[in-house]
Design a protein around this ligand. Structure first.
Ligand SMILES: [Mn+2]
Length: 401
């Protein structure tokens, strides 16, 4: 039996941080459309169940468009069961299925509550999907109250921050996937956002979930993909968000595809990149470049090497050392990159270098200027390179930027 495990779709995110109004709306629509694409992909591949491990929506008040679209996608795929466990961002009745008069939830939508609930899947009913929505009250006691049948293939769904787990294994993850130190950084950046945007984010103790017959712990909350061993029987996985929203979510994004053999209680598990646009944060070393044109080549090469295409979003930081008399126009470079990608951001972290010896015996105006600046006690030594750069620009008739 094939299943998809996704999480953190954050539908209806505002997305105003980097994007202007029109592009933010377009990205919001793309995020929503992803859910439709996901269901169609599932249908095409013969997937029978889709696990949504929380934060399907970015907040409790969901637009009518998002709510209606999600419900109609679920109804349009009656052959797929959708298991939706809410996270810390979508704690309310986001789909409105509990309101009176709004019609019952679709028959193929299965929800969870603040106590463990188990659904049976598979031809023989031997795949058990168990989940609990964590709250301040139930979080600590959740592992101890979990009951599983050791004869089943046990999937357990939870949304929250893991503690006490092992480092991620690189196996099965796409190149560039964050784990280890970078992964932690990704989370702490995200953690701050969760504080502002979401409600209580549960804590999931990995050690407390060992030895509980779990074959697959399907988690949500951390936006970078992570897969690691749980115990001798099972693994745990955060599939990451389905589509990156900010540059702290750069790199491939998607979901986990599971194929379970019910009789043998075995599983294959792989990451499927699925984002419509990917965010790429690259550093381009422009050491030795003497012109904007050369820096543009370096920036484009760095983006191309990372896999960035014109559909994607680029964040370029120029780094390295530049000669003080090089020609560098960030405004032009930014305009070029903006025209090449859906979104581009450019930052300058280069350092200027100046070889005074090159000018010691230079009989030009530049040589005389360098010698004057170097000998002037009123100019602080750390400002000299910048003063010389400005002087050179003035001599070339360029604007002083
Ligand atoms: Mn969350």
């Amino acid at each position: 039996m094939k299943l998809i495990h996704c999480a953190d779709l954050h539908l209806d995110s505002k997305l105003h941080t980097h994007l202007d109004r029109d592009r933010a709306k377009r990205r919001r629509d793309e995020l929503l459309n992803n859910f439709e694409r996901l269901a169609e992909y599932a249908s095409r591949k013969g997937v029978e169940a889709v696990l949504i491990a929380g934060d399907l929506f970015d907040r409790d008040t969901v637009s009518a468009l998002a709510k209606n679209t999600v419900l109609s996608v679920i109804k349009a795929h009656p052959d797929i069961r959708f298991y939706y466990l809410r996270g810390n961002h979508d704690t309310g009745d986001c789909l409105g299925t509990k309101e009176s008069g709004s019609g019952a939830a679709p028959a193929n939508l299965f929800l969870f509550g603040n106590r463990w609930k188990t659904y049976r899947e598979g031809e023989k009913g031997r795949i058990a999907i168990t989940g609990m929505e964590l709250t301040r009250e139930n979080s600590a006691g959740a592992p101890a109250s979990l009951r599983t049948d050791p004869a089943c293939f046990n999937i357990v769904m939870l949304h929250g921050q893991e503690t006490g787990g092992r480092p991620a294994s690189a196996e099965g993850l796409p190149p560039g996937t964050a784990y280890g130190r970078h992964f932690e950084q990704t989370f702490s950046a995200k953690g701050e956002k969760e504080e502002k945007g979401g409600g209580y984010a549960g804590v999931i103790s990995i050690p407390a979930l060992r030895g509980r017959n779990i074959d697959y712990l399907a988690l949500g909350h951390i936006h970078a993909c992570k897969k690691a061993p749980l115990d001798s029987r099972g693994i745990y996985c955060y599939p990451g968000c389905l589509e990156g929203r900010g540059f702290d979510e750069s790199g491939p994004r998607g979901f986990a595809m599971l194929e379970i053999d019910e009789d043998r209680r075995t599983m294959t598990h792989r990451f499927v990149p699925f984002a419509q646009r990917t965010l790429y944060a690259v550093r381009a070393d422009v050491t030795g470049c003497m012109s904007t044109a050369q820096m543009k080549d370096m920036a484009e090469n760095a983006l191309r090497a990372a896999g960035c295409t014109s559909r994607d979003m680029a964040d370029v930081t120029l780094c390295g050392e530049l000669e003080v008399d090089c020609e560098k126009d960030l405004g032009y470079l930014r305009t070029v990159l903006e025209s090449e990608f859906f979104f581009a951001r450019l930052r300058d972290a280069t350092r200027l270098c100046l070889n005074v010896e090159d000018y010691l015996y230079d009989e030009s105006l530049r040589g005389e200027f360098v010698r004057l600046v170097m000998a002037d006690p009123s100019i602080r030594s750390q400002d000299r390179t910048e003063v010389i750069r400005c002087g050179f620009r003035a001599m070339d008739g360029e604007e002083l930027v």
